[in-house]
Write a protein that binds this ligand. Structure first.
Ligand SMILES: Cc1cc2nc3c(=O)[nH]c(=O)nc-3n(C[C@H](O)[C@H](O)[C@H](O)COP(=O)(O)O)c2cc1C
Length: 176
């Protein structure tokens, strides 16, 4: 394979911070997916935040992917990727955004991000308000539903750069 390219699409900075960490481990620069031009035969590693059924920048990464290249799609969200049900949910999101014809060239990783309510846009704040009102009504709340309610309005930070280390190992293996 040719070279690695690390991109991100990040509204509040979590995906960007992981992308910068990985790119620095690989000795390259991370770039916003909007400014990226992946070259033929590359390994494109894209980091994007999860936002209610979408992954930021994933559609663009798929569009830009040259035919002979591989994509490593890395989701960054609040939900715990240690739980199978969460991975399945994120996979469904990704499957809607990655055409079946290219899925054999795509690998997936899932990392945890952060959310600081004081930095949320009005629109996102309204979405979280609605989600929490909905969860309050729910009888059988999961631990994660409860955690979201308990942390509503605050500052949650699950960012752990070292959780991206296996991606660096994988990229190096693909490049060698
Ligand atoms: C409106 C809204 C919707 C979100 N939806 C999800 C979600 O469906 N799944 C999830 O795991 N995290 C969700 N999150 C949390 C974000 O994915 C998390 O804050 C992430 O770190 C954002 O990445 P970014 O800062 O790179 O944009 C949501 C956050 C907001 C504000």
């Amino acid at each position: 394979m040719g070279k690695a390219i690390v991109t991100y699409s990040s509204i509040y900075g979590s995906s960007r911070s992981y992308a910068v960490y990985l790119a620095s481990a690989l000795g390259i620069e991370a770039v916003d997916i909007k400014d990226s031009k992946p070259s033929s035969g590359c390994i494109l590693v894209h980091f994007g935040g999860l936002y209610a059924g979408t992954m930021s920048g994933l559609r663009k990464a798929v569009q830009l992917l040259p035919p002979d290249s591989r994509l490593i799609a890395v989701s960054v969200g609040l939900s715990d990727p240690g739980k199978e049900e969460n991975i399945n949910r994120i996979d469904e999101v990704m499957n809607r955004m990655i055409p079946a014809g290219i899925r054999d060239r795509v690998e997936r990783y899932h990392l945890r991000g952060a959310m600081d309510y004081s930095r949320l846009s009005k629109h996102h704040r309204a979405m979280m308000w609605m989600l929490c009102r909905f969860l309050e009504q729910r009888k059988n709340r999961s631990d994660e539903d409860q955690q979201l309610l308990d942390t509503y309005g605050g500052n949650i930070d699950f960012i752990d750069p070292e959780t991206a280390d296996p991606i660096a190992v994988r990229v190096r293996a693909l490049l060698s």
